[in-house]
Design a protein around this ligand. Structure first.
Ligand code: 6DK
Ligand code: ZN
Length: 370
């Protein structure tokens, strides 16, 4: 069993500027500059912890390359690719589409390196060089649609890798599981009418994008049934996510029988994240990952390939990501979650009827999968 790892210093150079988190800095209007919330800090610390824990030495390093324009065009429109290139060429950068998804100077090439890193990881999995893998990339991708960037996302790296796997690697049926706290709307939209790609998103209901990711969004045309959403109420934690895994994700994967599982691994459903109000701990990520690894082993020779998405608490995200990666690699390190004791008293609240209802509603749709 070999776990692949993609990282590149350039991922930390994607410059999101000082737009005060979400709002464009505007001192005259009383909005002082501050680092954009999607800044390199959390992900830099993830990489450093992977190194410091000794885990890096047990992984197969996969070198990323830039996705070509032709590879991007399998998913994105020419206008979108050109727009990002033009914004990135500006001396001061620009925006991907919604006003809070900064494109730094040079970010076009970095976003291509993110998508290409995932392509290389999927290729290594298809060739059997690795069993599974994790790409610690910036910028994130799961909100990006064919036509536009949004929610800090420029290109949809997972979608680009999925289309590459189908076109070049003989992997026909692909499942995308997304446990980022926000809805994987871009990935869902790209594959909405396509029964060869099943998308399953677990997220905080009504968080981002606004009014997106409801259970009734279930695919269209030939793809009807092949988009699943579990919108969990704010405050959902370990029991709700585990219930969603057992009642929705695993049965859907079993039924769909993918050749590859892609994972949008956002770590912003953690109990200390500033951009959502969910309650997962590092131990939760470990358990969720174990279930996904088991499913991949059972269904598709272990092929589980993850892309880092969100996760904004620079103190806690590294421990969540390390637990996830240890589980992917089937090992442990000497590092334990230093914050576990601090939430032991409240992060394991029992399943509420509202959480159970959200899971149950999604579970009813699994029979629509062919
Ligand atoms: N809300 C992500 O973590 C990105 O999924 C999350 C982006 C959240 C943005 C929150 C936000 C608004 C803004 C305007 C109007 C309504 C709501 F893609 C990932 F990075 F992974 O801006
Ligand atoms: Zn997110």
């Amino acid at each position: 069993m070999t776990t692949g790892y993609v990282f590149h210093p350039e991922y930390l150079w994607h410059d999101t500027g000082t737009s005060a988190g979400l709002l464009p800095a505007n001192p005259a209007a009383g909005i002082p500059p501050a680092a954009h919330i999607e800044n390199p800090e959390a992900k830099r610390r993830v990489h450093e912890l992977i190194h410091a824990s000794g885990l890096l030495g047990e992984l197969m390093i996969i070198e990323p390359r830039r996705a070509t324009v032709a590879e991007l065009l399998r998913v994105h429109t020419e206008a979108h690719v050109q727009h990002l290139k033009a914004q990135s060429d500006l001396r001061a950068g620009g925006d991907a589409g919604d006003g809070f998804s900064p494109v730094g100077h040079g970010s076009y090439d970095i976003a291509r390196l993110a998508a290409g890193g995932l392509i290389e990881l999927v290729t290594a999995a298809a060739h059997g060089d690795i069993t599974n893998g994790y790409a610690l990339v910036r910028p994130p991708g799961h909100h990006a649609t064919a036509e536009a960037g949004m929610g800090f996302c420029l290109f949809n790296s997972i979608a680009v890798a999925a289309r590459h796997a189908q076109a070049e690697l003989g992997l026909a049926r692909i499942a995308v599981v997304d446990f980022d706290a926000h809805h994987g709307n871009g990935t869902q939209a790209i594959f909405y009418d396509d029964p060869s790609v099943l998308t399953i998103s677990l997220h905080q209901a009504g968080c981002f994008p606004p009014d997106s990711g409801w259970t009734h969004e279930n695919g269209t045309g030939d793809g009807a049934g092949y988009a699943l959403n579990v919108p969990l109420p704010p405050g959902s934690g370990h029991p709700a996510y585990l219930s969603a895994m057992h009642q929705v994700v695993l049965p859907a994967l079993n039924r769909f029988a993918p050749d590859l599982i892609l994972l949008a691994a956002g770590f912003d459903a953690n109990v200390w994240d500033p951009l959502a109000r969910q309650m997962l701990t590092a131990a939760s990520y470990r358990e969720i990952t174990r279930l996904l690894v088991d499913a991949a082993d059972r269904l598709c020779h272990g092929r589980l390939v993850a892309a880092h998405e969100g996760g904004y608490n620079p103190w806690y995200v590294p421990y969540c990501a390390l637990a996830f990666l240890e589980e992917l690699a089937g090992t442990t390190t000497h590092v334990t979650d230093p914050l576990a004791a601090a939430v032991a008293g409240y992060a394991a609240e029992p399943l509420t009827p509202q959480q159970q209802a959200a899971v149950g509603e999604a579970a009813q749709l699994i029979s629509r999968l062919g």
